[in-house]
Design a protein around this ligand. Structure first.
Ligand code: HH2
Length: 287
């Protein structure tokens, strides 16, 4: 099974960091900030300067309750940005629409980040990588009392099934992602993080996205019980990214790239790295 986190000998001696670039008016954390294409491209280049290995461009918010965006509007938002960024950095397209994925690949995207875990035929046809993320329901309904008998096993089984189908179809690079916050309660999110090794044990490289998500706001609520706002969730974002990397995730999807790159360096290379690959923990921690 190909392992894109370790296949390249020139890859950084750490797991990968995917920087988030939402070209949307309504994303939960950065909605409206990068809707103008020039500002979006400038922000993407900033993420590259901070050390992002991949910039994930999205034109439709997936936050709970978000409205669907017509394909022509999503295309109008993302295509110029993907085209301008792809000479500078690896670009992934965060979409659930086949037409948007294809158009983004045509202008340089090489990874389809698919929160519906259904677009593997497009990735196979285009010969690009694919992220299969687990979600229960759609953004409109997913936080209405989601239930699982065993959330870790259910997520693992669905993702392993989709990854196997994608591999059969010839997708050259496959990632699985537990979909933190997508049809999950606070407890489900924490169980999935604690059970990350179960996903890692499937052998597929694992991507995890906790950055600034609502459950971190709940955990960081003040004495009045009010959730911490998205711009005050860096401590939880970093803690959970570091934890996920330590448990074997090969990539984290984050808003705060520079800080997360430091965390990734500290943890070192993901599980399954080539023999002898060092990490700061093993090689550079001195008195
Ligand atoms: N989370 C979001 C969007 N895309 N893709 C993957 N693979 N994993 C995730 O956890 C994930 C994702 C939601 O975060 P964000 O893009 O910041 O917000 P919004 O959906 O409101 O645009």
């Amino acid at each position: 099974m190909p392992d894109p986190t370790t296949a390249d000998a020139t890859a950084p001696d750490r797991a990968l960091v995917m920087g988030i670039l939402n070209v949307t008016p309504d994303s939960f954390s950065d909605g409206g900030r990068w809707l103008d294409p020039d500002r979006a491209v400038a922000r993407g280049l900033e993420l590259v300067a901070e050390g992002a290995d991949i910039v994930d461009v999205g034109g439709e918010s997936t936050r709970p309750g978000a409205a669907e965006v017509p394909a022509d509007e999503e295309l109008r938002r993302v295509v110029p940005v993907v085209e301008a960024l792809s000479p500078h950095v690896r670009v992934s397209i965060d979409t659930t629409k086949e037409s948007v994925a294809e158009a983004a690949v045509a202008v340089g995207a090489t990874l389809v980040n698919d929160v519906s875990a259904s677009l593997w035929p497009v990735a196979a046809r285009c010969g690009v990588g694919w992220v299969a993320m687990h979600r229960k329901g759609t953004p409109a309904t997913m936080q209405d009392d989601p239930r699982y008998d065993d959330v870790v096993a259910e997520v693992r089984d669905l993702l392993a099934d989709r990854a196997a189908r994608a591999a059969d179809a010839g997708v050259p690079e496959i990632w699985i992602d537990p979909g933190i916050g997508f049809g999950k309660t606070l407890d489900h999110n924490l169980e999935l993080l604690a059970g990350l090794d179960v996903l890692v044990a499937t052998g597929w490289p694992v991507l995890v996205g906790t950055s600034r998500k609502g459950f971190l706001g709940v955990l960081a609520a003040g004495p009045d019980g009010v959730s911490a706002p998205a711009d005050q969730r860096l401590p939880g974002s970093l803690a959970t990214a570091t934890y996920a990397l330590h448990r074997g995730a090969g990539m984290v999807r984050v808003h705060d790239v520079a800080a997360t790159v430091q965390a990734a360096l500290l943890v070192g290379r993901p599980q399954g790295g080539p023999p002898g690959a060092g990490s700061m923990r093993e090689t550079e921690v001195g008195a």
